[in-house]
Design a protein. Structure first.
Length: 403
């Protein structure tokens, strides 16, 4: 009899265990979540953007005259002094001529020679006429003294001398003109046979000197070539006088003022560099983003405030990452940004109390890189769920994720 009751008790216990196991399996299981506590501290609102270093004052040295540029005597990175010669420009050699052109130039020279001979004959003719007019005037003066001829005849003789004198001057001027024309024709004829290299450096070349001391940043025209007047040759600047320029969205640039602090990182050296905004350009420009969207951008110029020894390896047109601090608050409640989600028009988070998630609407303040200021809704020490999934809702049982 006792054995029967034991068997019945064992069966009841087994049945109860099965029922309890089935009931436990049907109950919702707690969701494993990552938790973080609300803390207090400082938060910054920043604008991060890629920037570029540049020398503040760049001097672009150009050719002062047209001619044949000799190969530059400097290389990129060379340190040069003020008034140091960096290049020379020689006159351009005359172009090669064909037989027809040369024949025309020889004929023009011969024509100029003939014109000179003709001008000499005209001078001789005018001088002879002047001698005769003066002799005739002498006779007229003697006759007039004896009242043999009229006063009009004397005046006519005097006028003739003046006219012949003017004709002699005209003939001599014409002769000088023809001589210069002959010199010009001869110069054109023999120009292609002249050798510019036979002249002295002082006579043949135009020197190109640096107007300032600095470092050669770029060679725009390095090899020997024919250049026009004003052609840019070299860029020179002082690497100790670096600045950083970054183009921001115009909506972000509105919140920035001269003197705004900034930090430079991703520049290749150790640590970060301190900087401050020197100028926000008053005019913007349109830039197409990588997604093909037109954006209005504004250049913001910053000065590095750290000692040069810390950033002396930086050069011109180097890439850097700029973080401009637009606002900062001290000792405020902070919650991780990953704990927030939108609830209609508001921001909300899940706060865990006694293993249960509760939805709490909050009023955020400054948004930092990873943290958000809490103005209302949370207090220090509250535990919130990070990256809440769709399995977490109001009243959901949760457990901290292990590891």
């Amino acid at each position: 009899m006792t054995g029967t009751w034991l068997k019945r008790g064992a069966l009841v216990l087994i049945a109860a265990a099965i029922v309890y196991g089935a009931w436990a399996m049907l109950q919702p299981q707690p969701v494993a979540v990552d938790l973080a506590a609300v803390t207090r501290g400082a938060i910054e609102k920043t604008i991060d953007e890629e920037g570029e270093t540049r020398v503040r004052d760049i001097y672009r040295i150009s050719a002062p005259t047209a001619g044949k540029l000799e190969r530059l005597t400097v290389q990129v990175g060379d340190r040069i002094m003020k008034d140091q010669r960096i290049a020379r420009i020689r006159p351009v050699d005359p172009p090669m001529r064909d037989i027809r052109t040369q024949s025309e130039l020889i004929a023009a020279t011969k024509a100029a020679e003939a014109a000179v001979e003709l001008a000499r004959a005209e001078v001789s003719k005018a001088e002879s006429a002047l001698v005769f007019a003066r002799s005739d005037l002498g006779r007229a003066q003697r006759l007039a003294a004896n009242r043999t001829i009229s006063t009009k005849a004397l005046e006519q003789a005097e006028l003739e001398v003046k006219v012949k004198t003017a004709q002699v001057a005209e003939a001599r001027s014409t002769l000088e003109l023809r001589k210069h024309e002959l010199e010009s024709a001869r110069a054109r004829e023999r120009q292609r046979f002249d050798n510019n290299g036979s002249k002295s450096d002082a006579d043949c070349c135009t020197a190109v000197d640096s107007p300032v001391s600095g470092t050669v940043l770029k060679l725009i025209s390095e090899s020997a070539q024919v250049v026009a007047a004003g052609k840019e040759l070299v860029e020179v600047g002082d690497l100790k006088n670096l600045e950083i320029v970054v183009d921001l969205l115009s909506a972000d640039a509105v919140a920035i003022r001269p003197g705004t602090p900034a930090r430079i990182f991703g520049w290749g050296g150790e640590g970060t560099l301190n900087a401050k905004v020197r100028r926000v350009d008053p005019a913007g420009f349109t830039k197409v983003s990588a997604l093909g969207i037109e954006e209005q951008r504004v250049n913001v110029v910053l000065d590095i405030t750290d000692d040069m020894e810390k950033w002396k390896q930086l050069g011109h047109a180097y890439r850097v990452i700029v973080r401009i601090v637009t606002a900062r608050r001290e000792d405020v409640p902070l919650v991780p940004l990953s704990a927030l989600f939108r609830k209609g028009e508001d921001w909300a988070t899940y706060v865990v109390n006694d293993g249960v998630a509760h939805t709490v609407t909050i009023e955020p303040g400054l948004f930092g890189e990873n943290l958000v200021e809490v103005v209302k809704g949370l207090k220090q020490g509250d535990r919130v769920i990070l990256y809440p999934s769709d399995r977490v809702k109001e009243g959901t049982a949760v457990v901290p994720r292990e590891g």
